[in-house]
Design a protein around this ligand. Structure first.
Ligand SMILES: NC(=O)C1=CN([C@@H]2O[C@H](COP(=O)(O)OP(=O)(O)OC[C@H]3O[C@@H](n4cnc5c(N)ncnc54)[C@H](O)[C@@H]3O)[C@@H](O)[C@H]2O)C=CC1
Ligand SMILES: O=C(O)[C@H]1O[C@H](OP(=O)(O)OP(=O)(O)OC[C@H]2O[C@@H](n3ccc(=O)[nH]c3=O)[C@H](O)[C@@H]2O)[C@H](O)[C@@H](O)[C@@H]1O
Length: 432
């Protein structure tokens, strides 16, 4: 079977490489020629551990290739995966323009039966719309089946997540297409959950929203813990030992970011309004997330006295470690606030780069951790890269002017940092 992957971003490249690894022939299609050329030369266009090696391996084995020419790519495929972006539009709804364009080129160029699987995160009912768009673009009727097959990988661990999913969701009403999907995935050890297309679409949104809810819940609790001298990390650990709650996604911090949680929750709220329902919990989840970083900045500013004319080192700007993705990263809001407060900022990140137009005399990005800390008054740690956990904080202390450490991800050993002479503050964290 020949698999066509439409969209060569995070999800498209990871999905394509996973299928190549499982032994299928894969073509990655993207109108962005810079991306397809770079990928054809074995260079990823984003940072993601493990993918570069696999890309080079499968370019060499001939199991994967990339193109920007849709006609032959669509014609030669048996199965097509839609992995195009579904960003927020102005009203918070998911913008389906890329899904629509992709479905129109499928309809235009297909000449025989195909299974078309939607991996992109799409609003309830998109499976049905896609069928209509494909049919309308066909010049002669050709049969096809549409499957909703949402993706649950995380950036930073994309390959592992895609190879070892907790479940494979298949939303489809055609027995033949369900069998095709099961054959494709047969070498992956994972339960299949076969359901209706709309249910599959809802499972994806509901899962992301639930994970974000867990985070906002502990983040709001962290504010109470701050006042009652209780450590939120201990509370989360104790809660997580109950298997009904589970230990994951209970790490308090400066808030969730990324290309998915914020956009997907907005899309859910939009859908709820459209269908006359209320999702009041999710409205609060957003509110807590939007106020979490500013709540802590206020506390930290009081500890420091003022941010004005202070030198602040921002460590980790990506929305989470092991990615260079800055979309909706809380670090960006923190940097904006500090600039308004008159601080001078030096930013360090092992992979992510601030856009050059943001940089100024007041805001510099440096390559070495030492350069960021040189003469600084305070550190704000925004994403928990290993690089910072493993740093030699005994040696680094001598570089700083004042020794305030504001750990926005609760990852440094606060007791040890205090022993070393730092003024350490985390999120809802009371030291023993
Ligand atoms: N980034 C992530 O970790 C995850 C993302 N998702 C969902 O997967 C979808 C894709 O996400 P990303 O890979 O992050 O997006 P992305 O923005 O990194 O990549 C999307 C790609 O689609 C391409 N594209 C646009 N129109 C096209 C067309 N007509 N034909 C072929 N390619 C086209 C774009 O040029 C771009 O390279 C979104 O719906 C997202 O919500 C789901 C799970 C995880
Ligand atoms: O639909 C998507 O795109 C993906 O969105 C998230 O994946 P991702 O955004 O890549 O990364 P996460 O590990 O979920 O982290 C998201 C944000 O939550 C924050 N987070 C996570 C966990 C936690 O305990 N606390 C916390 O603040 C992270 O720092 C980060 O800013 C989901 O975890 C994936 O299952 C989903 O496929």
């Amino acid at each position: 079977m020949n698999i066509l992957i439409m969209g060569t971003g995070y999800v498209g490249v990871t999905t394509g490489l996973v299928f190549a690894e499982l032994g299928w022939n894969v073509t990655g299609l993207d109108p962005d020629q810079k991306k397809t050329q770079s990928l054809s030369q074995g260079e990823l266009t984003f940072y993601e551990p493990g993918l570069n090696t696999l890309l080079r391996e499968h370019l060499q084995s001939g199991r994967i290739r990339f193109t920007s020419e849709p006609e032959m790519a669509v014609r030669d495929s048996n199965i097509i995966f839609l992995c195009v972006g579904t960003p927020s539009d102005r009203d918070g709804n998911a913008d389906l323009q890329f899904i629509r364009q992709a479905s129109e080129s499928i309809g235009r160029y297909m000449q025989e039966y195909k299974v078309i699987a939607i991996k992109s995160t799409v609003p309830i009912g998109t499976n049905h719309k896609l069928s209509q768009w494909i049919t309308n673009a066909q010049t002669v009727p050709v049969p096809f089946d549409v499957v909703s097959n949402p993706e649950f990988l995380r950036e930073g661990s994309a390959l592992h997540d895609a190879l070892h999913p907790d479940r494979i969701i298949i939303g489809c009403e055609s027995d033949h297409a369900i069998d095709v999907m099961k054959t494709l995935y047969e070498k992956i050890q994972s339960p299949f959950f076969v359901t209706k297309p709309k249910t599959a679409e809802m499972i994806k949104y509901a899962s992301n929203a639930f994970l974000a809810t867990k985070i906002s819940y502990v983040n709001e609790l962290s504010r109470l813990c701050e006042n009652i001298e209780v450590n939120i990390s201990d509370v989360a650990e104790g809660m997580g030992m109950d298997h009904r709650i589970g230990p994951h996604f209970l790490r308090a911090g400066i808030g969730y970011g990324g290309s998915c949680f914020p956009k997907d929750i907005n899309a859910m709220l939009y859908m709820a309004k459209q269908y006359g329902a209320e999702l009041s919990i999710l409205e609060k989840v957003i509110h807590v997330n939007q106020t979490q970083y500013s709540h802590y900045l206020k506390i930290w500013e009081q500890k420091l006295g003022t941010f004005r004319d202070k030198k602040i080192a921002i460590l980790g700007i990506s929305f989470k470690p092991d990615t260079d993705d800055l979309r909706e990263a809380p670090s960006i809001s923190i940097i904006e606030h500090l600039l308004e407060s008159g601080a001078a900022i030096r930013v360090h990140d092992p992979a992510a780069k601030l856009p050059p137009d943001l940089l100024s005399e007041q805001l510099l990005q440096v390559d070495l951790l030492e350069e960021a800390l040189e003469q600084c008054d305070a550190i704000i740690l925004c994403s928990e890269w290993e690089h910072y956990k493993k740093a030699d904080w005994t040696r680094l202390k001598a570089l700083m002017n004042q020794h305030f450490v504001f750990d926005g991800r609760n990852v440094l050993d606060g007791n040890q940092m205090t022993i070393l002479g730092y003024h350490y503050y985390g999120i809802g964290r009371h030291l023993h």
